[in-house]
Design a protein around this ligand. Structure first.
Ligand SMILES: [Zn+2]
Length: 415
């Protein structure tokens, strides 16, 4: 497992100047390596290095020689991914583009220290003194090892952005004692905690639409190349905020599975199915955006979290998950008597009522091979408990939210 942590450090003018010199020369080596790779049809690190090392060494006297190594590695990766894209017909340029330069560092080019990070330049080692943030300490003290490679780039105002890479081996998944079904929806994530169905409201659709309209308001009648427009779009931080919310929700789910030593059961969703999963949105791009953040990105985030803790995952066939009665296997009628409450339906065999998400959860359990008896049919619908997730949920665990809910009543607007 690999995680990258980004730090921003303000440095004095001399340090910035020394690093700027490295960036310029490194950028030159990148271009030469790319040129050479394309001209001679090679893309392996070894052959790129063999091809340009001598000339670059001469051209960049005084620059630590390992920058030539890391630049060749960088170009080798860029060429390989470019060729892959071209094979898939998804390369839109005739050669890989080198836009902003991010300098790659290996163990000869930087040294880590809690007081300062040293970087090798033509003028010797220069020190960066970062303010380490919470995420950094979390990885450092959480059993992650700092990798020998790092990257940096220069921002305006004497600011250096440095990327530290943390690595950790994946634990072996444990033998599950039970199953934790997870049903992903446009606006919610459902699961079963302590035997009770729970619907965690994410408001994904509303949030995505909100960002969409704010983005439209910013760009209306203006070019997106406009500096002011770009700055205001960045200020929205849509991606960061949604990722943050997703990560926290995924963590709550994975922690619940870990607590009960369960395997997480997810639908193996089709890669492209926004058509029927996101309804009532005509804009195709917007529909995709909602689909991705609610389904594929959420699923990916949960799976990524499980790797860290060795929580097993079972992917099951998504067909009919919410349309069949988990007890009788009959097709649930979601519009009895033409009513417009499509979330709750009636089983034609037992006559019991089912909330769509709850039916999905029990069907997921069944598909995963859980042999426990299904909940007894009752006359009322199996309504889930509803938890409204804040954008930044604070709760430690789903179990604790549920315990609190049993004291307070049905709906908890906290998390
Ligand atoms: Zn039934």
């Amino acid at each position: 497992m690999v995680r990258t942590v980004k730090l921003r450090v303000r440095v004095n003018h001399e340090v910035y100047f020394a690093l700027e010199e490295v960036v310029k020369e490194y950028g030159g080596i990148l271009e030469d390596a790319l040129e050479y790779g394309l001209r001679s049809g090679v893309n392996s690190f070894v052959r790129l290095k063999a091809g340009i090392y001598g000339a670059e060494r001469e051209r960049h006297g005084g620059l630590p020689s390992h920058y030539i190594y890391t630049a060749c590695e960088d170009v080798s990766m860029r060429l390989k991914s470019f060729l892959r894209l071209r094979r898939l017909g998804r390369a839109y340029t005739d050669r890989p583009e080198l836009r902003s330069v991010t300098v790659h560092l290996d163990d000869h080019l930087w040294r880590f220290g809690l007081d300062a990070i040293q970087v090798a330049t033509k003028r010797g080692w220069v020190g960066l003194e970062p303010q380490y943030h919470r995420l950094f300490w979390m990885y450092l003290n959480g059993g992650w090892g700092l990798a020998s490679e790092a990257r940096f780039k220069l921002l305006k105002g004497n600011v250096v952005e440095i990327y530290l890479v943390f690595k950790k081996g994946e634990p072996e998944p444990y033998e599950p004692k039970g199953f934790l079904p997870i049903d992903l929806n446009e606006d919610s994530v459902s699961t079963i905690v302590d035997g009770a169905p729970v619907l965690l409201e994410t408001n994904n659709r509303k949030i995505t639409l909100g960002y969409h309209y704010r983005r439209l308001a910013i760009t209306r009648g203006k070019s997106t190349g406009d500096r002011d427009v770009r700055g205001r779009l960045r200020m929205l931080k849509e991606r960061d905020r949604k990722l943050d919310a997703r990560r926290k929700l995924a963590k709550l789910i994975v922690m619940e599975a870990l607590r009960t030593r369960s395997a997480i059961v997810l639908e193996n969703l089709p890669k492209r199915a926004p058509e029927h999963m996101v309804k009532g949105i005509r804009d195709k791009q917007l529909r995709l955006r909602i689909y991705h953040s609610a389904f594929s990105s959420m699923k990916r985030q949960i799976i990524e979290e499980t790797r860290e803790y060795g929580v097993p995952v079972i992917l099951v066939n998504p067909s009919h998950t919410s349309s069949l009665c988990p007890i009788h296997g009959a097709r649930i009628n979601y519009r009895p008597n033409g009513s417009n409450a499509p979330r709750v339906g009636k089983c034609p065999v037992g006559g019991e009522l089912w909330h769509r998400d709850v039916a999905a959860l029990y069907n997921l359990l069944r598909k995963a091979g859980d042999g426990r008896p299904m909940p007894l049919a009752s006359t009322g619908p199996h309504d889930p408990h509803v938890i409204k997730m804040n954008v930044r949920p604070r709760a430690k665990s789903l179990h604790s939210i549920m315990s609190k809910m049993k004291v307070q009543g049905q709906t908890v607007s906290e998390a």
